[in-house]
Design a protein around this ligand. Structure first.
Ligand code: GLA
Length: 459
Protein backbone atom coordinates (compact mmCIF):
# COMPACT_ATOMS: atom_id res chain seq x y z
CA UNK A 1 0.00 0.00 0.00
CA UNK A 2 1.26 3.44 -0.73
CA UNK A 3 1.10 5.68 2.29
CA UNK A 4 2.75 9.00 2.75
CA UNK A 5 5.90 8.95 4.80
CA UNK A 6 5.62 10.85 7.98
CA UNK A 7 8.30 9.39 10.15
CA UNK A 8 10.19 11.88 12.21
CA UNK A 9 13.73 11.19 13.30
CA UNK A 10 12.61 10.27 16.82
CA UNK A 11 10.26 7.62 15.56
CA UNK A 12 12.83 6.16 13.19
CA UNK A 13 15.28 5.95 16.07
CA UNK A 14 12.60 4.20 18.15
CA UNK A 15 12.09 1.69 15.33
CA UNK A 16 15.83 1.09 14.93
CA UNK A 17 16.16 0.41 18.65
CA UNK A 18 13.60 -2.39 18.37
CA UNK A 19 15.49 -4.27 15.64
CA UNK A 20 17.71 -6.26 18.01
CA UNK A 21 14.68 -7.56 19.81
CA UNK A 22 13.01 -9.13 16.83
CA UNK A 23 15.46 -11.98 16.36
CA UNK A 24 15.26 -11.98 12.56
CA UNK A 25 17.89 -13.80 10.48
CA UNK A 26 20.66 -11.62 9.16
CA UNK A 27 19.60 -10.24 5.82
CA UNK A 28 15.89 -10.84 6.42
CA UNK A 29 13.50 -8.09 5.46
CA UNK A 30 12.30 -6.01 8.41
CA UNK A 31 9.44 -3.56 8.02
CA UNK A 32 8.49 -0.77 10.37
CA UNK A 33 5.04 0.73 10.65
CA UNK A 34 3.91 3.81 12.50
CA UNK A 35 0.23 4.48 13.24
CA UNK A 36 -0.97 7.47 15.27
CA UNK A 37 -3.78 7.82 17.79
CA UNK A 38 -6.42 10.48 17.28
CA UNK A 39 -8.29 13.19 19.06
CA UNK A 40 -11.78 13.87 17.84
CA UNK A 41 -12.66 17.56 17.50
CA UNK A 42 -16.37 16.97 17.03
CA UNK A 43 -18.75 14.28 15.81
CA UNK A 44 -18.92 11.99 18.81
CA UNK A 45 -20.84 8.73 18.70
CA UNK A 46 -21.92 9.42 15.13
CA UNK A 47 -19.59 7.09 13.22
CA UNK A 48 -21.43 3.84 13.98
CA UNK A 49 -24.59 5.50 12.71
CA UNK A 50 -22.72 6.11 9.44
CA UNK A 51 -22.62 9.88 10.10
CA UNK A 52 -19.61 12.20 9.84
CA UNK A 53 -16.82 12.95 12.29
CA UNK A 54 -14.01 15.51 12.43
CA UNK A 55 -10.90 14.15 14.18
CA UNK A 56 -7.19 14.84 13.85
CA UNK A 57 -4.49 12.17 13.94
CA UNK A 58 -2.14 13.13 16.77
CA UNK A 59 1.60 13.30 17.03
CA UNK A 60 1.69 10.24 19.31
CA UNK A 61 2.12 6.93 17.55
CA UNK A 62 2.46 3.21 17.96
CA UNK A 63 5.41 1.69 16.16
CA UNK A 64 5.65 -1.93 15.12
CA UNK A 65 8.55 -3.63 13.49
CA UNK A 66 7.98 -7.00 11.87
CA UNK A 67 9.77 -9.77 10.01
CA UNK A 68 8.49 -12.97 8.47
CA UNK A 69 9.11 -16.15 10.44
CA UNK A 70 8.74 -19.78 9.47
CA UNK A 71 6.63 -20.98 12.38
CA UNK A 72 3.28 -19.95 10.94
CA UNK A 73 2.68 -18.01 14.14
CA UNK A 74 2.41 -14.42 15.22
CA UNK A 75 4.98 -13.76 17.87
CA UNK A 76 4.44 -10.34 19.38
CA UNK A 77 6.55 -8.65 22.01
CA UNK A 78 5.78 -5.35 23.68
CA UNK A 79 8.63 -2.92 24.32
CA UNK A 80 6.87 -2.09 27.58
CA UNK A 81 7.48 -5.05 29.91
CA UNK A 82 4.16 -4.36 31.62
CA UNK A 83 2.47 -5.98 28.61
CA UNK A 84 3.39 -9.62 28.30
CA UNK A 85 4.53 -11.04 24.96
CA UNK A 86 2.11 -13.30 23.11
CA UNK A 87 2.33 -16.00 20.50
CA UNK A 88 -0.55 -17.50 18.56
CA UNK A 89 -1.12 -19.57 15.44
CA UNK A 90 -2.47 -18.13 12.21
CA UNK A 91 -5.66 -20.06 11.62
CA UNK A 92 -8.96 -19.54 9.88
CA UNK A 93 -10.69 -18.49 13.12
CA UNK A 94 -8.30 -17.29 15.79
CA UNK A 95 -9.74 -17.78 19.28
CA UNK A 96 -9.49 -14.60 21.40
CA UNK A 97 -7.57 -14.28 24.66
CA UNK A 98 -9.50 -13.38 27.76
CA UNK A 99 -11.41 -10.12 27.66
CA UNK A 100 -9.12 -7.19 28.34
CA UNK A 101 -5.92 -8.82 27.02
CA UNK A 102 -3.94 -6.19 25.06
CA UNK A 103 -3.03 -8.69 22.35
CA UNK A 104 -6.67 -9.20 21.41
CA UNK A 105 -6.24 -6.06 19.26
CA UNK A 106 -3.35 -7.81 17.51
CA UNK A 107 -5.47 -10.92 17.06
CA UNK A 108 -8.29 -8.74 15.75
CA UNK A 109 -6.13 -7.15 13.08
CA UNK A 110 -4.54 -10.44 12.01
CA UNK A 111 -8.00 -12.02 11.80
CA UNK A 112 -9.10 -9.03 9.70
CA UNK A 113 -6.29 -9.62 7.21
CA UNK A 114 -7.01 -13.37 7.09
CA UNK A 115 -10.68 -12.66 6.38
CA UNK A 116 -9.82 -10.08 3.74
CA UNK A 117 -7.40 -12.35 1.88
CA UNK A 118 -9.00 -15.77 2.35
CA UNK A 119 -7.19 -17.33 -0.60
CA UNK A 120 -3.69 -16.40 0.56
CA UNK A 121 -1.31 -18.69 2.40
CA UNK A 122 -0.06 -16.22 4.98
CA UNK A 123 3.40 -16.33 6.52
CA UNK A 124 3.90 -15.97 10.22
CA UNK A 125 5.47 -12.83 11.60
CA UNK A 126 7.54 -11.77 14.57
CA UNK A 127 6.64 -8.30 15.77
CA UNK A 128 7.79 -5.83 18.38
CA UNK A 129 5.35 -3.13 19.44
CA UNK A 130 6.27 0.22 20.97
CA UNK A 131 3.13 2.19 21.81
CA UNK A 132 3.26 5.85 22.78
CA UNK A 133 -0.42 6.71 22.53
CA UNK A 134 -1.55 6.90 26.18
CA UNK A 135 -3.72 3.83 26.83
CA UNK A 136 -7.31 4.10 28.09
CA UNK A 137 -7.27 7.87 27.64
CA UNK A 138 -9.79 8.08 24.82
CA UNK A 139 -7.05 8.74 22.24
CA UNK A 140 -7.48 5.46 20.45
CA UNK A 141 -4.34 3.62 21.40
CA UNK A 142 -6.21 0.44 20.51
CA UNK A 143 -6.76 1.46 16.91
CA UNK A 144 -3.16 2.61 16.61
CA UNK A 145 -2.18 -0.90 17.68
CA UNK A 146 -4.67 -2.59 15.36
CA UNK A 147 -3.74 -0.43 12.35
CA UNK A 148 -0.01 -0.83 12.87
CA UNK A 149 -0.10 -4.60 13.32
CA UNK A 150 -2.48 -5.08 10.37
CA UNK A 151 -0.22 -3.04 8.07
CA UNK A 152 2.87 -4.81 9.38
CA UNK A 153 1.36 -8.25 8.81
CA UNK A 154 0.30 -7.24 5.30
CA UNK A 155 3.75 -5.84 4.49
CA UNK A 156 5.46 -9.03 5.67
CA UNK A 157 3.17 -10.95 3.33
CA UNK A 158 3.63 -8.50 0.44
CA UNK A 159 -0.07 -7.66 0.44
CA UNK A 160 -1.28 -4.26 -0.65
CA UNK A 161 -4.55 -2.45 -0.12
CA UNK A 162 -5.96 0.89 -1.05
CA UNK A 163 -5.95 3.00 2.18
CA UNK A 164 -9.75 3.33 2.11
CA UNK A 165 -10.07 -0.42 2.00
CA UNK A 166 -7.43 -0.86 4.70
CA UNK A 167 -9.28 1.54 7.02
CA UNK A 168 -12.54 -0.28 6.43
CA UNK A 169 -10.90 -3.66 6.98
CA UNK A 170 -9.32 -2.69 10.31
CA UNK A 171 -12.52 -1.00 11.50
CA UNK A 172 -14.49 -4.15 10.81
CA UNK A 173 -11.83 -6.37 12.36
CA UNK A 174 -11.93 -4.53 15.67
CA UNK A 175 -15.42 -5.92 16.30
CA UNK A 176 -13.47 -9.08 17.20
CA UNK A 177 -12.82 -7.58 20.64
CA UNK A 178 -16.55 -7.19 21.21
CA UNK A 179 -16.97 -3.44 20.70
CA UNK A 180 -19.44 -2.66 17.94
CA UNK A 181 -17.61 0.52 17.02
CA UNK A 182 -17.64 2.72 13.95
CA UNK A 183 -14.76 3.52 11.64
CA UNK A 184 -13.48 6.88 12.87
CA UNK A 185 -10.35 5.83 14.74
CA UNK A 186 -8.91 3.59 12.06
CA UNK A 187 -9.60 6.10 9.27
CA UNK A 188 -8.03 8.91 11.30
CA UNK A 189 -4.96 6.80 12.00
CA UNK A 190 -4.53 5.92 8.33
CA UNK A 191 -5.45 9.25 6.73
CA UNK A 192 -3.90 11.62 9.26
CA UNK A 193 -2.21 14.66 7.77
CA UNK A 194 0.16 17.11 9.41
CA UNK A 195 -1.63 20.34 10.43
CA UNK A 196 -4.96 19.07 9.14
CA UNK A 197 -8.20 17.88 10.61
CA UNK A 198 -10.10 15.16 8.77
CA UNK A 199 -13.70 15.41 7.75
CA UNK A 200 -14.64 11.74 7.50
CA UNK A 201 -17.86 10.42 6.01
CA UNK A 202 -19.01 6.83 5.90
CA UNK A 203 -20.91 4.46 3.63
CA UNK A 204 -18.81 4.78 1.56
CA UNK A 205 -15.79 5.99 3.49
CA UNK A 206 -14.52 9.39 2.28
CA UNK A 207 -11.94 11.66 3.86
CA UNK A 208 -11.34 15.36 3.26
CA UNK A 209 -8.43 17.07 4.97
CA UNK A 210 -9.11 20.54 6.38
CA UNK A 211 -6.19 22.78 7.24
CA UNK A 212 -6.05 23.69 10.91
CA UNK A 213 -5.91 27.48 11.28
CA UNK A 214 -2.38 28.53 12.25
CA UNK A 215 -3.59 30.26 15.42
CA UNK A 216 -5.46 27.19 16.72
CA UNK A 217 -4.06 25.04 19.52
CA UNK A 218 -5.50 21.80 20.86
CA UNK A 219 -5.07 21.13 24.54
CA UNK A 220 -5.81 17.53 25.44
CA UNK A 221 -6.16 16.59 29.10
CA UNK A 222 -6.66 13.12 30.55
CA UNK A 223 -9.20 12.87 33.36
CA UNK A 224 -7.29 9.78 34.62
CA UNK A 225 -10.66 8.14 34.89
CA UNK A 226 -10.03 4.90 33.04
CA UNK A 227 -11.98 4.64 29.81
CA UNK A 228 -11.03 1.03 29.27
CA UNK A 229 -13.30 -0.23 26.56
CA UNK A 230 -13.19 -3.83 27.74
CA UNK A 231 -15.46 -3.62 30.77
CA UNK A 232 -18.50 -1.57 31.71
CA UNK A 233 -17.58 1.05 29.15
CA UNK A 234 -17.96 -1.56 26.44
CA UNK A 235 -21.40 -2.49 27.73
CA UNK A 236 -22.47 1.18 27.80
CA UNK A 237 -21.00 1.80 24.36
CA UNK A 238 -22.70 -1.22 22.79
CA UNK A 239 -25.96 -0.30 24.49
CA UNK A 240 -25.86 3.05 22.69
CA UNK A 241 -25.16 1.35 19.38
CA UNK A 242 -28.40 -0.62 19.94
CA UNK A 243 -30.37 2.46 21.02
CA UNK A 244 -29.28 4.39 17.91
CA UNK A 245 -30.10 1.51 15.60
CA UNK A 246 -33.53 1.12 17.16
CA UNK A 247 -34.23 4.84 16.68
CA UNK A 248 -33.17 4.51 13.04
CA UNK A 249 -35.38 1.48 12.40
CA UNK A 250 -38.39 3.15 13.99
CA UNK A 251 -37.88 6.28 11.91
CA UNK A 252 -37.32 4.17 8.80
CA UNK A 253 -40.63 2.41 9.28
CA UNK A 254 -42.53 5.60 10.11
CA UNK A 255 -41.13 7.31 7.03
CA UNK A 256 -41.61 4.26 4.77
CA UNK A 257 -37.93 3.86 3.98
CA UNK A 258 -36.62 0.40 3.13
CA UNK A 259 -33.71 -1.39 4.74
CA UNK A 260 -32.87 1.20 7.40
CA UNK A 261 -30.56 -0.05 10.16
CA UNK A 262 -28.62 3.09 11.12
CA UNK A 263 -29.51 6.77 11.45
CA UNK A 264 -27.24 7.58 8.50
CA UNK A 265 -29.62 5.62 6.25
CA UNK A 266 -32.43 7.97 7.28
CA UNK A 267 -30.38 11.16 6.96
CA UNK A 268 -29.15 10.19 3.50
CA UNK A 269 -32.61 9.19 2.29
CA UNK A 270 -34.18 12.48 3.39
CA UNK A 271 -31.75 15.30 2.66
CA UNK A 272 -34.51 17.89 3.09
CA UNK A 273 -35.19 16.92 6.72
CA UNK A 274 -33.24 18.56 9.49
CA UNK A 275 -32.47 17.15 12.93
CA UNK A 276 -35.45 18.68 14.65
CA UNK A 277 -37.88 17.38 11.98
CA UNK A 278 -36.54 13.87 12.49
CA UNK A 279 -36.52 14.09 16.28
CA UNK A 280 -40.11 15.34 16.21
CA UNK A 281 -41.16 12.49 13.95
CA UNK A 282 -39.53 9.99 16.27
CA UNK A 283 -41.20 11.55 19.30
CA UNK A 284 -44.68 11.11 17.83
CA UNK A 285 -43.97 7.59 16.59
CA UNK A 286 -42.43 5.93 19.62
CA UNK A 287 -42.20 6.30 23.38
CA UNK A 288 -38.93 7.99 24.35
CA UNK A 289 -37.87 4.85 26.20
CA UNK A 290 -38.38 1.21 25.29
CA UNK A 291 -37.97 -2.00 27.27
CA UNK A 292 -34.62 -3.75 26.99
CA UNK A 293 -36.42 -7.02 26.20
CA UNK A 294 -37.24 -5.44 22.82
CA UNK A 295 -40.88 -6.51 23.04
CA UNK A 296 -42.37 -3.05 22.52
CA UNK A 297 -39.76 -2.23 19.93
CA UNK A 298 -40.70 -5.35 17.96
CA UNK A 299 -44.36 -4.31 18.13
CA UNK A 300 -43.66 -0.83 16.83
CA UNK A 301 -41.53 -2.27 14.05
CA UNK A 302 -43.99 -5.05 13.21
CA UNK A 303 -41.33 -7.76 13.44
CA UNK A 304 -40.82 -10.86 15.60
CA UNK A 305 -39.15 -10.12 18.90
CA UNK A 306 -36.54 -12.88 18.49
CA UNK A 307 -35.68 -11.81 14.96
CA UNK A 308 -35.13 -8.23 16.15
CA UNK A 309 -33.08 -9.51 19.06
CA UNK A 310 -30.77 -11.52 16.79
CA UNK A 311 -30.47 -8.68 14.31
CA UNK A 312 -29.68 -5.97 16.86
CA UNK A 313 -27.60 -7.87 19.37
CA UNK A 314 -25.90 -10.42 17.14
CA UNK A 315 -24.94 -13.93 18.07
CA UNK A 316 -21.91 -15.82 19.31
CA UNK A 317 -19.07 -14.44 21.39
CA UNK A 318 -19.52 -10.81 20.31
CA UNK A 319 -23.26 -10.77 21.08
CA UNK A 320 -24.27 -7.60 22.93
CA UNK A 321 -25.57 -8.25 26.45
CA UNK A 322 -28.09 -5.59 27.51
CA UNK A 323 -28.68 -4.82 31.15
CA UNK A 324 -32.39 -5.75 31.31
CA UNK A 325 -33.17 -3.52 34.29
CA UNK A 326 -32.88 -0.19 32.46
CA UNK A 327 -34.98 1.04 29.56
CA UNK A 328 -33.42 1.83 26.21
CA UNK A 329 -33.25 5.58 25.57
CA UNK A 330 -34.31 5.96 21.99
CA UNK A 331 -35.28 9.62 21.71
CA UNK A 332 -32.40 11.19 23.62
CA UNK A 333 -29.76 9.18 21.78
CA UNK A 334 -31.23 10.02 18.39
CA UNK A 335 -31.44 13.69 19.35
CA UNK A 336 -27.75 13.73 20.17
CA UNK A 337 -26.67 11.93 17.00
CA UNK A 338 -28.86 13.99 14.67
CA UNK A 339 -27.98 17.38 16.17
CA UNK A 340 -24.31 16.38 16.41
CA UNK A 341 -24.34 15.60 12.71
CA UNK A 342 -25.50 19.14 11.98
CA UNK A 343 -22.75 20.47 14.26
CA UNK A 344 -20.06 18.43 12.51
CA UNK A 345 -21.06 19.66 9.08
CA UNK A 346 -21.12 23.23 10.33
CA UNK A 347 -17.79 22.70 12.12
CA UNK A 348 -16.09 21.62 8.89
CA UNK A 349 -17.16 24.90 7.30
CA UNK A 350 -16.19 27.19 10.17
CA UNK A 351 -12.85 25.45 10.77
CA UNK A 352 -11.96 25.75 7.11
CA UNK A 353 -12.82 29.45 7.27
CA UNK A 354 -10.68 29.87 10.40
CA UNK A 355 -13.65 30.94 12.51
CA UNK A 356 -12.36 29.48 15.76
CA UNK A 357 -14.87 31.12 18.07
CA UNK A 358 -17.74 29.48 16.22
CA UNK A 359 -15.88 26.19 16.24
CA UNK A 360 -15.50 26.51 20.01
CA UNK A 361 -19.20 27.19 20.44
CA UNK A 362 -20.02 24.05 18.48
CA UNK A 363 -17.65 22.02 20.64
CA UNK A 364 -19.32 23.34 23.80
CA UNK A 365 -22.73 22.41 22.43
CA UNK A 366 -21.43 18.96 21.54
CA UNK A 367 -20.29 18.39 25.11
CA UNK A 368 -23.64 19.48 26.50
CA UNK A 369 -25.46 17.11 24.20
CA UNK A 370 -23.13 14.25 25.11
CA UNK A 371 -23.71 14.96 28.78
CA UNK A 372 -27.50 15.42 28.66
CA UNK A 373 -28.71 13.25 25.80
CA UNK A 374 -26.00 10.70 25.25
CA UNK A 375 -25.16 10.42 28.95
CA UNK A 376 -21.55 9.49 28.37
CA UNK A 377 -19.87 12.31 30.28
CA UNK A 378 -18.80 12.08 33.91
CA UNK A 379 -18.41 14.61 36.72
CA UNK A 380 -14.67 14.46 36.15
CA UNK A 381 -14.96 15.18 32.44
CA UNK A 382 -17.42 18.01 33.09
CA UNK A 383 -15.02 19.48 35.64
CA UNK A 384 -12.10 19.34 33.20
CA UNK A 385 -14.16 20.99 30.49
CA UNK A 386 -15.12 23.74 32.95
CA UNK A 387 -11.47 24.34 33.90
CA UNK A 388 -10.47 24.61 30.25
CA UNK A 389 -13.20 27.15 29.61
CA UNK A 390 -12.30 29.11 32.70
CA UNK A 391 -8.73 29.26 31.40
CA UNK A 392 -10.02 30.93 28.25
CA UNK A 393 -10.55 28.01 25.88
CA UNK A 394 -12.81 28.85 22.94
CA UNK A 395 -14.60 25.54 23.44
CA UNK A 396 -14.04 22.22 25.17
CA UNK A 397 -15.59 18.79 25.13
CA UNK A 398 -15.01 15.19 26.02
CA UNK A 399 -13.32 13.32 23.18
CA UNK A 400 -13.66 9.66 22.24
CA UNK A 401 -16.23 7.33 23.71
CA UNK A 402 -16.45 9.20 27.05
CA UNK A 403 -17.24 7.54 30.41
CA UNK A 404 -13.77 8.76 31.38
CA UNK A 405 -10.76 9.39 29.18
CA UNK A 406 -9.78 12.80 27.86
CA UNK A 407 -11.15 16.19 26.92
CA UNK A 408 -10.05 18.38 24.03
CA UNK A 409 -10.03 22.16 24.31
CA UNK A 410 -9.68 24.49 21.37
CA UNK A 411 -7.80 27.66 22.10
CA UNK A 412 -5.80 30.41 20.53
CA UNK A 413 -2.10 29.48 20.45
CA UNK A 414 -1.31 32.45 22.68
CA UNK A 415 -3.70 31.15 25.30
CA UNK A 416 -2.75 27.46 25.47
CA UNK A 417 -0.51 27.90 28.52
CA UNK A 418 -3.28 29.66 30.44
CA UNK A 419 -5.70 26.85 29.64
CA UNK A 420 -3.19 24.27 30.85
CA UNK A 421 -2.55 26.24 34.01
CA UNK A 422 -6.24 26.45 34.73
CA UNK A 423 -6.57 22.68 34.27
CA UNK A 424 -3.55 22.01 36.48
CA UNK A 425 -4.89 24.14 39.31
CA UNK A 426 -8.57 23.47 38.99
CA UNK A 427 -8.41 19.75 38.26
CA UNK A 428 -5.14 17.92 38.81
CA UNK A 429 -4.16 19.80 41.97
CA UNK A 430 -7.56 18.97 43.40
CA UNK A 431 -7.77 15.29 42.41
CA UNK A 432 -4.07 14.42 42.47
CA UNK A 433 -2.49 16.81 44.98
CA UNK A 434 1.28 16.78 45.05
CA UNK A 435 1.75 15.17 41.66
CA UNK A 436 3.18 16.70 38.51
CA UNK A 437 0.52 16.45 35.83
CA UNK A 438 3.09 16.91 33.04
CA UNK A 439 2.27 13.67 31.25
CA UNK A 440 -1.47 14.02 31.60
CA UNK A 441 -2.10 17.09 29.52
CA UNK A 442 -0.39 18.60 26.51
CA UNK A 443 -0.80 20.67 23.40
CA UNK A 444 -1.16 18.01 20.72
CA UNK A 445 -0.64 18.64 17.03
CA UNK A 446 -2.31 17.19 13.99
CA UNK A 447 0.21 14.72 12.60
CA UNK A 448 0.66 12.44 9.63
CA UNK A 449 -1.14 9.15 9.20
CA UNK A 450 0.14 5.59 9.22
CA UNK A 451 3.10 4.65 7.10
CA UNK A 452 5.21 1.60 6.32
CA UNK A 453 8.93 1.62 5.59
CA UNK A 454 11.50 -1.08 4.92
CA UNK A 455 13.98 -0.86 7.74
CA UNK A 456 16.14 -3.51 6.22
CA UNK A 457 15.40 -4.86 2.75
CA UNK A 458 15.99 -8.49 1.81
CA UNK A 459 19.68 -9.01 1.09
C1 GLA B 1 -14.74 5.12 20.28
C2 GLA B 1 -14.96 4.29 19.02
C3 GLA B 1 -15.19 5.17 17.80
C4 GLA B 1 -16.29 6.20 18.10
C5 GLA B 1 -16.04 6.92 19.42
C6 GLA B 1 -17.16 7.84 19.80
O1 GLA B 1 -13.55 5.82 20.17
O2 GLA B 1 -13.83 3.47 18.79
O3 GLA B 1 -15.52 4.36 16.69
O4 GLA B 1 -17.55 5.61 18.09
O5 GLA B 1 -15.81 6.01 20.47
O6 GLA B 1 -17.30 8.87 18.90
Amino acid sequence: MTLSDGWDSDELARAERLVDRIGADAGAQIVAVRAPGRVNLIGEHTDYSGLPVLPVAIDRSTIVIAAANTTGEIDVTNADPAWQGRRFAIERKIPPYETGDWANYVKASIQGVIDHFPAHALRGASMVVDGRVPPAAGLSSSSALAVSTALAFMAVNQLELDPLEAATMVARSERYVGTHGGGMDQAASIFGRRDHALFIEFDPLRVRAIKMPANAALVVADSRQIADKSGTVRAEYNRRVVECSLAARILGRALKLDGVTILGDVVRALPGWNASDLVEKLAVTSPAQLGADLKDAANILGVMQNALDADLLGQGPTRIALDPTRPLEVLKRARHVLTETERVIRAATVLEAGRLEEMGTLMDASHQSLADDFECSTHRLDALVECARRGGALGARLTGAGFGGSIVALCDVSNADAVIESIDHGYYAKHYPGTTPKNWRAVLHAGPGASVVDLRATA
